[in-house]
Design a protein around this ligand. Structure first.
Ligand code: HEM
Length: 506
């Protein structure tokens, strides 16, 4: 499994590299797949409401009302119908890539299992929503779907009477049709909203909207497609006749050719098997994680910055229990904490580098990588630096590997996430043996722990607490973030050398 993930990750990184060149990191669609899917759902909702106005929810009128929209009111209802269809297809594509990406980037196991586990049924729900949508057109494709669904459902042992003959005789009733309409227009969308709310409930500060330029680009693409290739129906249903030629939407209707070819038993078994396998994936095998963050109340000022910075909503502020003046204290929910260390970087008492002789304790820290351990490591690294352009190179576990750059003039330090870096460390390093500090991490826009890069950048720029002190010479601090691909590690090396050279001219 590890080898598969590593290989897939390489592929994802190279596609994203290519997209970064075309779109720039901030607009790379792969970095906004969740929010893009929400955007596609908005288009589906608005266009769906519009076409519902003209839609007749009965067997006799449905087809003709859709024909009216497509051919007579093509300039509005027809475009809306096409947008409805293409945005639905785009949603399936983005969900699918989102899923594959989270898997290859190894962001689906350990504490993150919940988002994965609740994500899998959303896929099914979206597909069933699409199928009921095609059913509502009540054309020959809908007839095929109805028949094939009936055959599949009939195979299930708990369904008492045969549905299939109803469809063969074209006996579908208005009541049944209304049930489909209810499912498509209300039942399934409400279930989807609930499931999605659950899906993201363990992640904090979610950006539900993609960047504006990306949203506009996505919308214009769908609109162009709608104008160039408007969605059309198949022919009207003819009683007792099965349709001969079908144009399937493979994003939604792929189960039917599978059932045609293999029979309902195998089609059910394959789809159930894949679903169960996907849901169990976070435990095949599970991820070994470091122990969660711990709060040291004596050092905690109750400022709540750790809670604001936590990407997983794992820290909540509760009423103070130690009688101190501060009103609140942080509490860590261990089932949500990924041990990324961002909270200890955000703690104002993480100023290990203030020359204190006593053991350093921060208000919140990683028990296995405390601020004291970090301070000792940095001290030792700085003491070992020699030569010109002495640089402390700080990286993270998920971005470009900094260890190969270690040598007398370059000391390296690896944090679980670049967001664990207390800004005071930079000031300390510059005053205690380093001519410069080079901070790297995951690619911009793609932090493994969501906000590590962003918080570090803002802290250094003085835009987020804890700020890097004003007196720190920013010319001696460089930030450049890359993935761990060979090419980008070489870019990192070049940038590091250029930085070291620039230090000699200051
Ligand atoms: C209807 C479809 C879906 C939508 C709209 C959606 C949306 C989102 C959003 C907005 C996030 C938060 C991303 C962030 O801010 O970092 C997220 C996270 C996540 N999603 Fe989905 N998702 C969907 C389906 C799925 C599916 C099918 C899977 C996998 C089976 C999945 C797996 C995950 C995982 C593992 C995370 C957590 C990533 C992390 O912890 O950084 N999602 N999703």
């Amino acid at each position: 499994m590890d080898a598969l993930r590593r290989m897939g990750n390489k592929g994802v990184l190279s596609i994203e590299n290519w997209l970064n060149h075309g779109f720039g990191n901030s607009l790379n669609p792969f970095y906004h797949l969740g929010s893009l899917t929400f955007f596609f759902f908005w288009i589906v909702l608005v266009s769906g409401i519009y076409i519902f106005v003209f839609f007749e929810t009965n067997v006799g009128g449905a087809f003709l009302s859709v024909e009216y929209m497509t051919h007579e009111q093509w300039w509005m209802a027809g475009i809306m119908r096409s947008l409805h269809r293409y945005a639905s297809d785009a949603a399936v594509i983005s969900i699918f890539i989102h899923m594959i990406r989270e898997f290859f980037r190894d962001r689906y196991r350990g504490v993150r299992w919940f988002s994965w586990f609740t994500g899998v049924p959303t896929l099914w729900l979206v597909v069933v929503l699409g199928i009921t949508g095609y059913w509502l057109v009540w054309d020959q494709l809908a007839q095929y779907i109805a028949l094939a669904t009936a055959e599949m459902v009939d195979w299930l042992p708990m369904i008492p009477s045969s549905m299939v003959f109803n469809f063969l005789d074209n006996q579908i009733t208005d009541r049944f049709f209304t049930l489909m309409a209810f499912l498509h227009l209300l039942g399934l969308p409400v279930a989807l909203v609930f499931l999605l709310w659950t899906h993201v409930s363990r992640i904090s500060q979610i950006d539900f909207n993609p960047p504006r330029a990306l949203a506009i680009g996505a919308f214009l693409t769908l609109l162009s497609l709608s104008l160039l290739k408007p969605a059309v129906s198949h022919g009207p249903v003819v009683a007792g006749h099965s349709p001969m030629v079908l144009h399937l939407d493979w994003f939604y209707l792929n189960i039917y050719p599978l059932a045609d070819a293999l029979g309902p038993a195998l089609a059910w078994s394959i789809s159930t098997g894949i679903t169960v396998l996907l849901m169990l994936l976070p435990w095949l095998p599970s991820k070994k994680e470091n122990p969660p963050a711990e709060v040291n109340l004596e050092q905690c000022s109750g400022c709540s910055q750790c809670s604001l910075d936590c990407p997983y909503g794992a820290i909540s502020m509760q009423p103070r229990t130690d009688g101190k003046k501060a009103k609140f204290e942080p509490t860590v929910n261990v089932t949500l904490c990924t041990a990324c260390g961002i909270c200890s970087g955000s703690c104002v008492s993480s100023s290990p580098f203030r020359m204190s002789k006593t053991t350093l304790k921060s208000g919140i820290e990683m028990p296995w990588f405390s601020m004291e351990i970090l301070r000792q490591e940095v001290k030792q690294k700085l003491a070992g630096l020699s030569g010109t352009g002495r640089t402390l190179l700080i990286g993270c576990e998920h971005g470009g590997d900094v260890r190969p750059f270690e040598r007398p003039e370059v000391a390296t330090l690896v944090l679980p996430c670049s967001g664990m870096l207390p800004p005071a460390l930079l000031d300390y390093a510059l005053k205690n043996g380093a001519d410069g500090v080079f901070v790297t991490g995951c690619r911009d826009g793609d932090c493994y722990h969501r906000f590590g890069n962003m918080w570090t950048e803002k802290r250094i720029a003085g835009e987020r607490e804890p700020n890097l002190v004003k007196r720190a010479d920013r010319r001696r601090i460089e930030q450049f973030r890359v993935s761990n691909s060979k090419g980008e590690r070489s870019d990192l090396g070049q940038r590091l050398e250029a930085f070291r050279l620039s230090l000699q001219h200051l």
